[in-house]
Design a protein around this ligand. Structure first.
Ligand SMILES: CC(C)(COP(=O)(O)OP(=O)(O)OC[C@H]1O[C@@H](n2cnc3c(N)ncnc32)[C@H](O)[C@@H]1OP(=O)(O)O)[C@@H](O)C(=O)NCCC(=O)NCCS
Length: 172
């Protein structure tokens, strides 16, 4: 029997432990993410509580496993300009046991709609060039690679290239 489809909903501070568990599972499990330092539940709670007005986290949860993935969408830049107000950035983490089951896609579908409602026109984000799962995931969502930076991520004693990707929200 296949696993039940996850419910997608907005995260609250009460979800800090579940979100941190998924995030830390990816970090400690060796996923080649730009986030490389585990977060405590308290740090995650503070992050959720401090999300900006145009920022949100969506969680995917199932009755049997609780939170199995999440996606954060926040303004790409809150620097002292309004020029980037239409640009959000995004990060996605799915529990290793639940990958390739459409959880990330379900989160993105909801995030894109919510981002449009918040007045964003596009998502711009970055990922390690050696994160092939993430690249495939984002390409499957309609992102395109718009640039790269050499040696942008320092991973232990080696420097890894980073890709910059974007997706316009109204394209479909
Ligand atoms: C990247 C990630 C979020 C994808 O989530 P997911 O729930 O597994 O994604 P989906 O099941 O919705 O996959 C959608 C499509 O993306 C592509 N894709 C996703 N993971 C892939 C992989 N490991 N290899 C090849 N293609 C992949 C496929 O086209 C897939 O469709 P298919 O399964 O029908 O072939 C997940 O692998 C993850 O959490 N990785 C660790 C954390 C991380 O690296 N996050 C990104 C930080 S930039």
């Amino acid at each position: 029997m296949s696993a039940p489809a996850p419910t997608i909903r907005r995260a609250t501070p009460e979800d800090a432990a579940g979100v941190a568990a998924v995030l830390n599972g990816a970090i400690l499990g060796g996923s080649p993410t730009l986030l490389d330092t585990p977060f405590s539940v308290e740090e995650e709670r503070a992050y959720i509580e401090g999300l900006p007005a145009r920022g949100f986290i969506l969680v995917a949860e199932t009755p049997d496993a609780g939170i199995v993935g999440f996606q954060v969408v926040v303004p790409w830049s809150e620097f002292a300009t309004t020029a980037h107000d239409h640009v959000a950035t995004m990060g996605t983490y799915v529990d290793a046991a639940r990958r390739r089951l459409g959880v990330g896609t379900a989160l993105a579908r909801r995030s894109f709609a919510a981002a449009l409602d918040l007045g964003y026109d596009k998502i711009f984000t970055d990922l390690r060039a050696d994160n092939l799962a993430s690249l495939a995931y984002h390409l499957s969502l309609g992102f395109t690679v718009v640039g790269s930076a050499r040696g942008q991520a320092r991973v232990g004693d080696r420097d890894v290239d980073v890709l910059f990707i974007e997706r316009f929200l109204r394209k479909g």
